[in-house]
Design a protein around this ligand. Structure first.
Ligand code: EPZ
Length: 430
């Protein structure tokens, strides 16, 4: 089984280029089946979740041509099934985007209930409420969501909680509904805006994505487009934390600094130097960092997807920090692993109290989910001695070439799949 092995202790220095945003790409790929014309998507991240979604798109009859590692051409004219049932698709959360896309285009969809990272109970009631408001009959039967409509008709939908998935899913279905849909209390994340921009480039009429109200005027059909996905805010933030925790100096390239403001602000409070450029951000860690408090919130608040990376960074800051997770209830599972590396973190309910320590020490740890896995890797890069991270399949779901990008910054890390390879790594790095 593949593992990451690393020897920590040296500052990361240099430049790293961020890939396209996974969570934008998942919505955009699903939305690309809503036209019968060719869609060309650029800056696609080459990560597992994306590749699984592409397989599922092919499975239902669309043509998927990978023009290069980061560019794909999709043509959905020959879709033969509105029922997605691929053994992998059950494991990725974003499979729920097929409901909105298929329901919008064919007025019918059957999609298994989503799996995904185990970060807490993740209902999709708001998605279903939205589809019903548009006039669809929606049932959950045999582990799948089954939705049908004679006609979809625009509606006024108030989301009870801010949900990225529900906002994108309702936006997709409403794009091909009759009349106007208004979504109140929508998610404002950069990837929501990117999916709206993508749909608009196909002829949709969506206004207000990124604000408190989204208005969608339904159109009869969508046409082909060429579109480049925005950079991944969370991958960028992960490298920013990697620079901070290793007391390094990293220029993170291909970013939209505005999307990183909540992360930059916290790193600055801790004493790091953060400089914004047009399409890059430079983070310089300091020998001593200070504690700070963080509460995860929907955008533009501090992203839940950066909570583990920031918590491990605070584990090596002076003083006591309090991190409150307000989006997912089960997102502190990595804390026990961090404790095994010498971190002092106590979890009470949805709050982690972190008492900074001077040094972390290497250990064998398990990645419990995608972002927590990445956080344990950056903790390992700052720790004394060797760290082995197991279950790295989670990390590969969302980070392209993670170990190679880190190696480019001088990290001593390798992906290995046997004890022999791990020993070889140890001999190499000494
Ligand atoms: C998206 O998940 C992301 N996934 C997650 O990224 C991210 O953590 C999350 O948004 C929050 O930013 C994708 O984009 C594929 P939500 P999503 O609906 O859409 C509750 C990563 O690491 N809720 O915004 O599933 C829900 O339980 C990941 O890349 C309902 O109660 O999240 C949660 O508490 C993991 N009912 C909150 O809302 C609903 O119908 C926000 O969830 C929908 C959501």
């Amino acid at each position: 089984m593949e593992q990451y092995i690393m020897k920590g202790g040296n500052p990361l220095v240099g430049e790293v280029t961020v890939s396209g945003a996974k969570n934008a790409a998942l919505g955009i790929l699903a939305a690309s089946i809503m036209t019968d014309e060719d869609v060309l998507i650029e800056n696609l991240p080459d990560v597992r979740d994306i590749n699984v979604l592409l397989e599922a798109i092919e499975e239902i009859g669309a043509s998927v041509k990978r023009l290069d590692r980061h560019t794909v051409q999709i043509n959905a004219a020959k879709i033969h099934a509105v029922s997605v049932d691929d053994e992998y698709i059950r494991r990725i959360r974003a499979s729920y985007y097929f409901i909105g896309a298929l329901l919008g285009k064919y007025k019918s969809a059957q999609v298994p209930l989503p799996g995904g990272c185990n970060i807490g109970s993740r209902p999709i009631d708001q998605h279903l409420k939205g589809f019903r408001a548009l006039g669809a009959r929606v049932e959950v039967s045999g582990g799948a969501v089954v939705a049908h409509a004679i006609d979809l008709v625009g509606s006024h939908i108030y989301l009870d909680m801010v949900s990225v998935g529900a906002t994108i899913n309702i936006m997709m279905a409403a794009t091909l509904a009759e009349g106007e849909t208004i979504i109140e209390n929508p998610a404002k994340e950069p990837h929501v805006v990117d999916v709206a921009n993508f749909l608009n480039s196909m002829g949709a009429n969506i206004k207000g994505a990124g604000t408190d109200v989204i208005r969608i005027r339904g159109v009869k059909h969508l046409h082909g487009t060429e579109y480049s996905i925005i950079p991944d805010q969370i991958e960028a933030g992960t490298f920013m934390c990697a620079a901070a925790i290793t007391r390094g100096d990293v220029m993170v390239q291909n970013v939209i600094p505005k999307h990183l403001e909540a992360i930059s602000a916290k790193l600055i409070e801790m004493g790091c130097e953060v400089t914004e450029f047009d399409e890059a951000v430079r983070v310089v860690g300091r020998p001593k960092h200070w504690h700070t408090d963080i509460k995860t919130l929907p955008y533009p608040g501090f992203p839940t997807d950066m909570q583990p990376q920031m918590t491990v960074t605070l584990a090596l800051a002076e003083g006591t920090s309090v991190v409150t997770e307000s989006i997912f209830e089960n997102r502190f599972k990595y804390v026990d692993e961090l404790s095994r590396m010498g971190g002092r973190v106590k979890v009470e309910g949805n709050t982690a109290i972190i008492t900074g320590v001077k040094q972390l020490t290497g250990a064998q740890v398990n990645a419990p989910d995608l972002r927590a896995g990445a956080a344990l890797v950056i903790a390992g890069l700052a720790a004394e001695g060797y760290t082995v991270v197991d279950e790295i399949g989670y990390i590969q779901r969302g980070y392209e070439n993670f170990e190679k990008k880190l190696q480019g910054l001088g990290a001593m890390i390798e992906k290995v799949d046997s004890e022999k390879e791990a020993q070889k790594f140890k001999l190499k790095v000494g």
